[in-house]
Design a protein around this ligand. Structure first.
Ligand code: MD3
Ligand code: FE
Length: 213
């Protein structure tokens, strides 16, 4: 039955405890978001990091905000400067910050204030293997993710790497807020299929807003 008094909008669904998908929430803002992320990348180009294990990541990354996440042979860390060029990360565009705050509030996290935004760029074939995000100081803070451009299959599992996984298609404009117990779930992205998106061309972009410190 249609519940007119439901607290949740129909496009807002729980994925798991503490995780909410806001389908197409960022559709209207998407052209401006893409323009802003390309401007960030002009100041600090996308780069394929090397993992501590010595592998070149297929996903290209840059960051904006007070802190940025990166990896090198010594490990993963949040830093105020890009070790690649010694410069501070570009500031987080106001539009980014506002969207992250609004989505976090809508999903039940009104106190969220991101200090870091990691920007991932996927070309065809790029993937992210199952991992946990646990380099942030306060794991009670959620992560807000925004998908732009080509669609991708997102995998999310349990609290151990070998746990069963679910698959969810993440499309242009989809926002997911990961908090509560879902914050430590293993997750990843299957290899991107080639395509041509009207706003993003051959790429998928993902913004993740975080409270690093
Ligand atoms: C679940 N990014 O940057 S977004 C990452 O699409 C990352 O680029 C993927 O995983 C991407 O770390 C997935 C969805 C996401 C982001 C962070 C999470 C899911 C999460 C943190 C905890 C649990
Ligand atoms: Fe992650």
């Amino acid at each position: 039955m249609l519940d007119l008094f439901s607290e949740e909008a129909p496009w807002q669904e729980p994925l798991a405890e503490g995780a909410t998908i806001l389908r197409r929430r960022a559709r209207e803002e998407a052209p401006a978001l893409i323009e802003a992320l390309l401007a960030v990348a002009q100041q600090n180009p996308f780069h394929h990091r090397i993992t501590p294990g010595g592998h070149r990541m297929s996903v290209a990354m840059t960051n904006c905000g007070d802190f940025g996440w990166s990896s090198d042979s010594r490990g993963y860390q949040y830093t105020e400067q890009d070790a690649e060029n010694g410069r501070k990360w570009p500031p987080m565009p106001l539009l980014f910050r506002q969207l992250a705050l609004d989505c976090a509030r809508e999903a039940g996290f009104p106190q969220f204030t991101p200090d870091a935004c990691l920007i991932n760029r996927y070309a065809p074939g790029a993937k992210l293997t199952l991992h946990q995000d646990k380099d942030e100081r306060d794991l009670r803070q959620p992560i807000v993710s925004v998908s732009l451009g080509l669609p991708a299959v997102f995998q999310f599992g349990g609290f151990a790497r070998g746990d069963a996984t679910q698959r969810v298609l993440l499309e242009h404009g989809d926002v997911v807020v990961w908090g509560g117990p879902s914050r430590l779930r293993y997750h990843g992205i299957l290899p991107l299929k080639p395509g041509d998106h009207p706003l993003a061309g051959a790429f998928r972009y993902n913004l993740t807003f975080r409270r690093a410190f």
